[in-house]
Design a protein around this ligand. Structure first.
Ligand code: GDP
Length: 366
């Protein structure tokens, strides 16, 4: 039988194993644009199916580009750089130029200075051991920066293939769709979705007779909040418009809850502002540190939401780390959920989040 690939995610189509990737009922094989059942459901019913592929397989698939030439475009989520920047990228892709693309720039407050943000993004990448040839900021949903990026890609690829690489959920599919739409007028060629891990396989989009744009599978980063919560909650914590920072004046001995998914205790330090950047749909609740445990116990899923009442059982138990922060402006980052900016000056804070989810501290970009 001729090998057929899904028009949505690029996986090889098969008609025998119902629970394996690429399954399509034999009766659908006569259709013109064949989709695997997973993409079909996603497209027509907005319904997510579980992915039957391991992280190792994802890595193996992406590693297969190591020995080819071309430009690597690494898409990261500007709302979650710590969670979406792939530290192992230089090792995975070998000796290729890397163009770093910060997507979802529309989510940041308008007051953010883009020049400073770009400098900051490059510095973050360098700090994590990823040296990049250039960096750009885009919004794939709004179209900002796409044509400039297309030009930069042309400049760096020297007529070679372009590999688009990223962790799941950074907006890689939306970005490629946008690129295709701007250059050809086609719409929604690749499946986009809220759930991590929905892009499987490689998709090749010809750029000219000799080279192509190649979409690689999203690498799963298990430290992102997205992997521990329900699809409904994920929708709530994923911002879909400009984030309005919420400012709290805190004394030490006070705590902030971000829904029931994270908590920041102000253990010691002078009274100061905690500027919170979270999806507008995540409720923020201030309380006294001594009452915080009790509040969490009694009000998770109602006052402290998301998670919703139905999904609280699936959230791993909370763990915490304590940080002493130097002088200067720092962000305490809960990957995929948001961050809090504070002026360190020797303040001590404790960050709580579900076990498995990372937390990090970075220098602020504004
Ligand atoms: P992929 O897993 O990297 O292919 O990510 P998708 O393209 O499926 O996008 C993941 C989620 O991010 C979807 O809900 C998209 O609508 C959203 N998204 C993608 N690009 C942008 C963007 O530029 N701005 C915003 N606000 N959301 C975006």
């Amino acid at each position: 039988m001729e090998t057929i690939y899904c028009q949505g995610c690029g996986i090889r189509i098969q008609t025998t194993a119902k629970n394996q990737p690429g399954y399509t009922p034999a009766s659908s094989m006569t259709k013109e644009n064949i989709l695997c059942q997973r993409c079909f459901r996603l497209k027509h019913y907005n319904e997510i199916q579980d992915v039957a592929i391991t992280d190792d397989d994802f890595l193996k698939m992406v590693s297969s580009i190591r020995d080819t030439s071309g430009l690597v475009v690494h898409v990261v989520d500007i709302f979650d750089v710590a969670g979406s920047l792939i530290k192992a990228l230089p090792r995975i892709v070998g000796n290729k130029s890397i163009l770093l693309v910060g997507n979802k720039v529309d989510l940041l407050p308008k007051s953010v200075n883009t020049r400073k943000l770009l400098q900051w993004l490059r510095a973050q990448a360098k700090q994590m051991g990823v040296n990049v040839a250039d960096a750009c900021l885009i919004s794939s949903t709004k179209g900002h920066g796409i044509s400039e990026l297309a030009e930069t890609m042309e400049q760096f690829r020297n007529g070679d293939n372009v590999y688009i690489v990223g962790t799941t959920n950074v907006g890689k599919s939306t970005f490629i769709n946008r690129l295709i739409k701007e250059s050809t007028g086609y719409r929604d060629v690749i499946t986009t979705s809220y759930f991590p891990g929905t892009t499987l396989g490689f998709i090749e989009i010809p750029l000219d007779n000799h080279s192509a744009l190649i979409d690689t599978p999203g690498i799963v980063n298990k430290e992102q909040m997205a992997h521990y919560i329900s699809a409904k909650d994920l929708k709530l914590i994923t911002p879909n418009k400009e984030i309005k920072p919420r400012v709290y004046q805190l004394n030490d001995g006070q705590t902030l809850f971000f829904g029931g998914l994270a908590r920041l205790d102000f253990i010691k330090g002078d009274k100061q502002s905690f500027v919170c950047y979270f999806s507008n749909q995540v409720s923020i609740h201030r309380t006294k540190l001594e009452k915080a445990d009790e509040l969490f116990e009694n009000h998770l899923g109602e006052l402290l939401t998301p998670p919703s009442m139905e999904s609280i059982d699936q959230i791993p138990p909370m763990i915490s780390d304590t940080f002493r922060i130097d002088a200067g402006k720092y962000d305490i980052v809960f990957p995929g959920l948001g961050w809090v900016s504070i002026l360190g000056d020797g303040a001590t804070v404790t960050a709580h989040r579900p076990k498995g989810v990372a937390v990090s501290i970075r220098q602020s970009f504004n």
